[in-house]
Design a protein around this ligand. Structure first.
Ligand SMILES: O=c1[nH]cnc2c1ncn2[C@H]1C[C@H](O)[C@@H](CO)O1
Ligand SMILES: [Zn+2]
Length: 365
């Protein structure tokens, strides 16, 4: 197939990117706090932090996460998780998350976190989900219908609570939870460890995504899809290991062909991948080739605090690196909306009533 782009196509300005409706499928609640909020709650609960003003703290998160290792990247979450243990703090963080996403022009978001990490203050799992939902509801109401946000419940892959968290996600599916995920260190913790949870979810006609192909390669992606039945891949960036490029010729291995043929959504998070060493730079990120090959690519933030990023920032970087146009950004956005764990009619309404008119207004053809 042709992998040639029109290099002279007009590039959207940063202002246009901000105004464009955006859909976000992969964003961690405990990876997106405002530094000021971390400071304020930490002070109240007596939690020690590595910096004592918001700017330095924001820099600390970004620099510490910039290690080239997923395991060290994940250590920075100790501080955000520590300030998300009281119900009001969970509600505040969730509300501020919706405010920040809406301000950035995000119209639909699925935001994930691991309830099992928020029980050290004595909350039951159910109370954690309820406190987060309260914050999302407040944020959505404040935004006056400009944004729809759903929860994804994550189980930590090195722990053994996935079945319980899967059951929690089913119990909450009509009250704001759209699906399930597993996250945490990938190497040494294959998704098949949690097969029981995935089989349960399939029997319940429920939805799930799996972090796979980030810090570990094709076997992780293969297990996530062919053993566990994942609807989407969190990152999935290493699917590129099954793509061979020889001059103009591109050949897909069987797994890459399956992922593309079955339109399995890739939740790609470019800046996060650079920090954890999964990609060398934005320009060299596999998202460029996978987009040209028309995999079902979506653009995401992963952790806005650790990566000092936003949906607009991710898209601007892609525009700079690959010359993407408004039409390309609309394609990513519609891909994301088609892949959302929301009922079909609601997905369609957001595409037809918000995304398409929004891009048309900006001049997309
Ligand atoms: O990119 C990631 N890969 C694997 N695990 C991650 C990533 N970003 C965040 N996490 C972990 C740390 C959080 O505490 C947890 C739940 O959001 O998920
Ligand atoms: Zn993630």
């Amino acid at each position: 197939m042709s992998v040639v782009r029109d290099v002279d196509a007009p590039r959207p300005s940063a202002e246009q990117v901000k105004q464009a409706p955006k859909a976000l499928l992969h964003d961690h609640l405990d990876g997106g706090l405002r530094p000021q909020t971390v400071l304020e709650i930490a002070r109240e609960i007596g939690h020690g932090l590595p910096a004592d003003d918001a700017d330095s703290l924001g820099r600390w998160f970004a620099e510490s996460a910039d290690s080239g290792s997923l395991v060290r990247y994940l250590e920075t979450f100790d501080h955000t998780v520590a300030v998300m243990q009281r119900p009001d703090d969970l509600t505040r963080v969730a509300r501020e998350c919706v405010e920040d996403l809406a301000e950035d022009g995000v119209v639909y978001a699925e935001v994930r976190y691991a309830p099992e990490q928020h029980v050290t203050g004595g909350l039951a799992l159910d109370e954690v989900v309820s406190a987060v939902q309260r914050g999302f509801d407040e944020g959505m109401q404040q935004a006056g219908g400009r944004i729809v946000v759903r929860q994804l419940l994550t189980a930590m892959r090195h722990q053994a609570r996935s079945r319980e968290i899967a059951e929690l996600s089913v119990a909450w599916r009509d009250r704001g939870v759209a699906g399930f995920d597993i996250a945490g260190a990938e190497a040494g913790y294959p998704p098949t460890r949690h097969l029981d949870a995935f089989e349960y979810l399939q029997r319940e006609n429920s939805h799930f995504t799996i972090h796979a192909g980030e810090a570990f390669g094709l076997p992780s992606i293969w297990q996530a899809i062919q053993w566990c039945g994942a609807d989407r891949l969190g990152h999935g960036v290493r699917i590129i290991d099954d793509v061979t490029v020889d001059g103009d010729r591109v050949e897909l291995g069987r797994l890459a062909a399956y992922v593309r043929d079955m339109r399995i959504p890739l939740e790609m998070c470019p800046h996060s991948n650079i920090q954890t060493g999964a990609a060398a730079s934005i320009a060299e990120h596999p998202i460029g080739l996978l987009t040209r090959l028309r995999f079902r690519v979506t653009v995401n933030t992963d952790n806005r605090l650790m990566s000092q990023t936003s949906m607009s920032n991710e898209m601007n970087a892609l525009v700079d690196a690959f010359g993407y146009t408004l039409e390309d950004l609309r394609w990513f956005t519609i891909n994301a909306m088609k892949s959302a764990f929301l009922p079909f009619d609601e997905r369609l309404a957001i595409i037809d009533d918000i995304i398409k008119p929004g891009y048309a207004e900006l001049g997309a053809v």
